[in-house]
Design a binder for this molecule. Structure first.
Ligand SMILES: C[S@@+](CC[C@H](N)C(=O)[O-])C[C@H]1O[C@@H](n2cnc3c(N)ncnc32)[C@H](O)[C@@H]1O
Length: 310
């Protein structure tokens, strides 16, 4: 990642939440970092919950404290597992400890049981990659056995053909990239949105230092639209830079670097279903639900475009 890393400051966060709470329905308390490296994460989440904001979080699970999670009153937490053995887990989750993550999940399930007023939904996620694809059935068996609410089997994102060659599973059902193009050395999603995006009208991303970027496709902060700790968010939301960015998305999306590898699917859930017994979700593109043709033009190989990662 190109931008500086750091920890969100509690006071600046609190002032920010005070300002945005009246017009915010969902806070996704994570981005590219690990939320629970911040010792005050539990208080921060609780603060937003007290302002009636629905809060979801996502974690590598290594540092999660069960009591803290129940105290935070977070609505939804997703633990990300990288494999069902330590060897496969740590390929992507470098220096992560699978047994520690699994213990933390079980402790949270037990803590929720002890606190009937807690309504936290506990999810586990598994990004399918070449080195762990054979473990998907075991992941689902384990998730059901320990009694989580939802197990997500997630199609992997990669940034370049070379990364794809290293990480993409051999089972192409887990791919959301165009296979024919990939074989020709070009990385592109099966479906590329054509001057359309739901995210830009519903959400934005605030980094730890307050800098605002349009969406999660901008981890490096290439399109900073302002600083939410210095300028009211409404000014940024309606500001010239944001308007220009939206206009570009709806007129010349193909020229925007951060849209190039985005298939556009998945919008923040603004209405939340009741907790169910057990649910399996595939975070993948359902091609049958698209009303646009899927890349009807056959790909030709252009070696010069090879390995252009995002
Ligand atoms: C970037 S992580 C950050 C949150 C947290 N620190 C974590 O490790 O999950 C946010 C989400 O991205 C997902 N993710 C990470 N790498 C991915 C990849 N290569 N393809 C698809 N999803 C990925 C994670 O599984 C998680 O759901």
């Amino acid at each position: 990642m190109e931008r500086a890393t750091g920890l969100l400051d509690f006071d600046r966060y609190r002032q920010f939440i005070d300002r945005v709470a009246p017009t915010t329905s969902v806070l996704m308390f994570y981005f590219m970092g690990e939320p629970f490296l911040n010792k005050r994460a539990y208080e921060m989440i609780r603060y937003a919950r007290q302002k009636n904001i629905h809060v979801e979080t996502c974690t590598n699970g290594d540092f999660v404290d069960a009591k803290g999670i129940v105290y935070s009153d977070v609505n939804d937490i997703s633990f990300q597992i990288g494999g069902m053995t330590q060897a496969t887990h740590e390929v992507y989750r470098v220096r992560g400890k699978l047994d520690r993550v699994q213990t933390n999940i079980i402790e949270l399930l037990e803590e929720r049981q002890r606190n009937p007023r807690s309504s936290v939904k506990i999810n586990v996620g598994f990004v399918v990659m070449k080195h762990n694809e054979h473990e998907v059935p075991e992941f689902l068996r384990w998730a059901k056995e320990i009694g989580v609410d939802c197990a997500n089997v997630i199609d992997p994102c990669v940034r370049s053909v070379s990364e794809g060659e290293l990480l993409l599973p051999s089972d192409k059902r887990y791919w959301f990239y165009n296979e024919e193009a990939f074989a020709c050395g070009v990385l592109k999603p099966k479906y590329l949105p054509d001057n359309e995006c739901t995210w830009i009208w519903n959400s934005l991303v605030v980094n730890w230092d307050g800098s605002v970027v349009p969406c999660c496709r901008d981890p490096n902060g290439r399109h900073v639209l302002g600083n939410a700790f210095e300028t009211p968010l409404s000014h940024i939301w309606n500001g010239d830079d944001m308007q220009t960015f939206r206009r570009r998305v709806v007129t010349e999306q193909g020229k925007l670097d951060i849209c190039r590898l985005c298939s556009g699917y998945g919008v923040p859930q603004l209405i939340h279903p009741q907790q169910v017994d057990f649910e399996i979700k595939r975070l993948t593109l359902d091609e049958s639900k698209l009303d646009v043709p899927m890349d009807p033009i056959p790909m030709r190989c252009h070696q010069s475009t090879k390995n252009q990662g995002n």
